[in-house]
Design a protein around this ligand. Structure first.
Ligand code: ADP
Ligand code: ADP
Length: 234
């Protein structure tokens, strides 16, 4: 079957020969998980447990010290970030402040040399999906924090990424807004049929956005289950 497969992945920082001791950190300590096509998986756990390191390793931004990352059965070892066809979304500060909203959303389409008319149609379509119809000419500086993250989501989705990787995309926003946006993000991902891994330290957020939740602690995976089953687990 298609999808992402993570197999016994280890991510280390510092002196690998001294990992776990002075001088080295094993951030991800042998994690395996699968994300099926069209599935949204939340990676949940406390700060410092290795969520971001695992996501970055999947993206190709961090080297994998051991184990494998496969997409549709193909090993991604040696495949650079920009060749993986993944969309990335981070906490904040990802928009180009000097470009208007439309040009921000069109960024990945320009890079892929999508014809201009198609870019314009896609930008309009995506802004509509994220609830910002009519915002194409707005300057980034005039947007609220929540609106900026909606634009960032539209931009990440515009090239129809094979896999979308979101690293605490709502964590810089205040609580009420976060709850509303979590619902919207879930709807947008399902509406677009996007396969995604969503990193968060917030239980409610994980339970809202995800089809399944993977719980991490100290570099390891504790369990992976749909939200309703996770509640019942010991
Ligand atoms: P989380 O995303 O769950 O907060 P991280 O993956 O960011 O966790 O961090 C996991 C561990 O790896 C932490 O101990 C953190 O301090 C360490 N770490 C993360 N990034 C680096 C880095 N670039 N250099 C050294 N240590 C790092
Ligand atoms: P740049 O000068 O940075 O290359 P362009 O003016 O060429 O930017 O626009 C980049 C892309 O952004 C174009 O493909 C265009 O279709 C899209 N775009 C810009 N503004 C809008 C808008 N108001 N509505 C829809 N698409 C837009």
């Amino acid at each position: 079957g298609g999808g992402l497969a993570v197999r016994d992945v280890v991510v280390r920082y510092g002196d690998a020969s001294r990992a776990g001791k002075r001088g080295g950190t094993t951030a991800v300590d042998g994690v395996s998980l699968d994300v099926a096509d069209g599935e949204v998986l939340a990676l949940l756990g406390p700060s410092g447990c290795g969520k971001s390191s695992l996501l970055r390793a999947v993206a190709g931004l961090e080297p994998v010290a051991a184990g494998r990352v496969l997409l549709d059965g193909a090993d991604l070892a040696g495949v650079p970030v920009h060749r993986r066809g993944f969309g990335l979304m981070f906490q904040e500060g990802q928009l180009f402040p000097h470009r208007d909203v439309g040009r921000n959303v069109a960024y990945g389409l320009q890079a892929a040399r999508v014809p201009r008319a198609e870019q314009e149609e896609r930008v309009r379509e995506l802004l509509d999906v994220v609830g910002l119809a009519g915002y194409a000419r707005r300057a980034v500086v005039t947007l609220s924090g929540g609106e900026r993250q909606r634009v960032a989501l539209a931009r990440a989705l515009a090239p129809r990424p094979r896999l979308l990787l979101l690293d605490e995309p709502l964590s810089a926003l205040d609580r009420g807004l976060r709850e509303r946006l979590a619902v919207d993000v879930r709807d947008v991902l399902h509406e677009t049929g996007t396969t995604a891994v969503f990193v968060t330290h917030d239980h409610d957020e994980a339970f809202t956005v995800a089809d399944r939740v993977a719980v991490m602690s100290a570099g390891r995976l504790l369990q992976v289950a749909p939200p309703e089953e996770l509640w019942r687990s010991p």
